[in-house]
Ligand binder design. Structure first.
Ligand code: C2O
Ligand code: CU
Length: 528
């Protein structure tokens, strides 16, 4: 353990030093290129990142949905070449529109829109859709209570009460969520409002071209290119990790851009893996600007060089490549970190496997959490004149509401090989926490060792992160605001990472416009 910590610290030191050189692109600002032949030649193929990143389009995977009318999403198996040239079975949400098939369609809607969606479960097991981050009543929230059997349907009808942000949708049947998401069921739900459209206009952003969603998901494949999901006892306790991290279901992807501000809406759609995200040019880390988190835009951009992103969290960033030259390459990476699973117990047999997988130098079938990863290569294909500047103010974020109550303690712990909250394991019939309608509550979420990092999610409400206490050094390093908050803690949140030993205070305003009592979930988003 201590050897590993030292290694991480020294890497951290390097990253800090690289920060001094972050202005390198500007230092080497080239003269704008005229319309020469060279400027238009395709860039030579980069063998390490041979596959073009899949982007939202008119059909197929991530097709853009027309949501103005009622529509149906069918969860079903299809054949799809995730690995190029090797079609294999996966699960998707299929939508038919104007004679075209969309798979895991991007739902892009205006705030206030009325949604009518029929879910058709064309799987051979129960399922239900949860709209992650949306403020809907419990009938429309996709609680596992409402899961329908294979062949069944479920009708959703709700109004978009959220502000603009990158939300997402995924299955939520009890015990089957991890498996179904892993096999492909997940999509983006993008809400836009006037403020968001003004930003797009100010920066000349076009969704799918210069405003690009990046869904990070790690997967294992068999020899035929099929997805492999068979968690061991240990993995069903600690999470299932893949051998390759895909971006938008593209293995080893590249993206060609022009010299300008690029927006990336990053969703950690992995079952269990955490990422420590950075943009690297050569051996230097670039500055990037966090403009939004789970529940939309921040009050103003925050400039960082790295950010942890836990499963289900979103990070909305701007990367400034306006001074880059044609051919410049930037790699989206996950920097190494201490996964902090070592503090876990989890039973006798689990401990045996644990030793195997954590021991360094031993062959491991997949990179353990915290391994350094190269996720995507971004290359500047063409220089353009781009004069827009990032606005200094993005949105108005209300001050955190005062709670009249003392904080409620939410203890994350484990007993007999099961994770629990305040000593109890999940029971679908129980509602162990009752909050009063319209009340504001502070919760102290305490992750008690022996344990692992838990990304904690509340359905139906966006909350605020107020403070972190007892944070590990690697989290303290990314703190930029009072309360030891990182950029990813700012703004409105529906999922927050709680490291072993930490107590994270959140404040939630539980007011809602729905009739009667509502039942929602609070859980860890490690899907296993
Ligand atoms: Cu994204 Cu209850 O989950
Ligand atoms: Cu957890």
């Amino acid at each position: 353990m201590s050897g590993r910590r030292k290694f991480i610290l020294s890497v951290a030191g390097m990253a800090g030093a690289a920060g001094l050189a972050a202005g390198f692109l500007r230092a080497h600002r080239p003269r704008p290129l005229g319309p020469t032949a060279v400027a238009d030649l395709p860039l030579p193929l980069d063998p390490a990142f041979p596959n073009p990143l899949r982007l939202p389009g008119a059909e197929g995977l991530f097709g853009m949905a027309d949501t103005s009318e009622a529509f149906m999403l069918a969860a079903k198996p299809v054949e799809h070449p995730i690995l190029p040239g090797r079609p294999a079975r996966m699960l998707v949400y299929e939508m038919e529109q104007y004679g075209k098939r969309l798979h895991n369609p991007v739902l892009r809607v205006r705030a206030g829109a009325k949604m009518r969606i029929k879910f058709w479960n064309a799987l051979e097991e129960t399922s239900i859709i949860h709209w992650h981050g949306l403020k809907v009543d419990s009938n429309n929230d996709g609680h596992p209570h409402y899961a329908v059997a294979g062949g069944g349907t479920y009708d959703y009808q709700f109004t978009i009460a959220n502000r603009a942000a990158t939300y997402w949708y995924h299955p939520h049947p009890h015990f089957l969520t991890g498996k179904q998401v892993y096999h492909g069921l997940a999509g983006l739900f993008i809400v836009e409002d006037d403020e968001e459209l003004a930003l797009q206009q100010a920066l000349d952003l076009k969704f799918g071209e210069t405003d690009i969603p990046l869904v990070l998901q790690d997967r294992r494949f068999d020899d035929q290119g099929g997805l492999v999901y068979a968690p061991t006892t240990r993995e069903s306790f600690h999470g299932h990790y893949g051998a390759d991290t895909l971006v938008n279901l593209t293995p080893r992807p590249h993206l060609h851009v022009t010299s300008r501000l690029c927006r990336f809406r990053i969703l950690n759609g992995s079952n269990a893996r955490l990422y420590r995200l950075a943009f690297r040019h050569g051996d230097k880390l670039l500055d990037y600007h966090v403009i939004g988190t789970d529940g939309g835009l921040l009050d103003r951009p925050r400039t960082v060089q790295e950010a942890f992103l836990a499963p289900a969290e979103r990070l909305d960033v701007l990367l400034d490549l306006s001074a880059a030259s044609r051919g410049d390459a930037v790699t989206l990476v996950s920097l190494p970190f201490d996964a902090m699973h070592a503090e876990s117990g989890g039973g006798q047999s689990a401990r045996g496997e644990h030793a195997h997988h954590d021991a360094h130098g031993e062959a491991s079938p997949y990179p353990p959490d915290g391994t350094e990863l190269e996720l995507m290569r971004i290359r500047v294909q063409r220089r353009i004149a781009y004069e827009r500047v990032m606005p200094q103010s993005l949105s108005r974020i209300d001050p955190v509401a005062e709670s009249p109550f003392s904080p409620r303690l939410i203890v994350l712990d484990q007993a007999k090989g099961k994770w629990g909250i305040n000593g109890a394991a999940y029971d679908m019939k129980a509602t162990p926490i009752t909050v009063r309608r319209d009340s504001v509550e502070a919760w102290d979420i305490r992750n008690v060792p022996p344990t692992m990092p838990h990304p904690m999610h509340i359905h139906g409400f966006q909350f605020r992160v107020v403070s972190r206490q007892g944070s590990p050094e690697q989290q303290q390093r990314v703190a930029i605001e009072p309360g030891s908050l990182a950029a990813t803690d700012l703004g409105l949140k529906d999922t927050v990472l709680v490291w072993p030993g930490e107590t994270v205070r959140i404040v939630t305003d539980f007011s809602h416009p729905f009739l009667g009592d509502q039942v929602y979930m609070v859980h860890c988003h490690n899907l296993e």
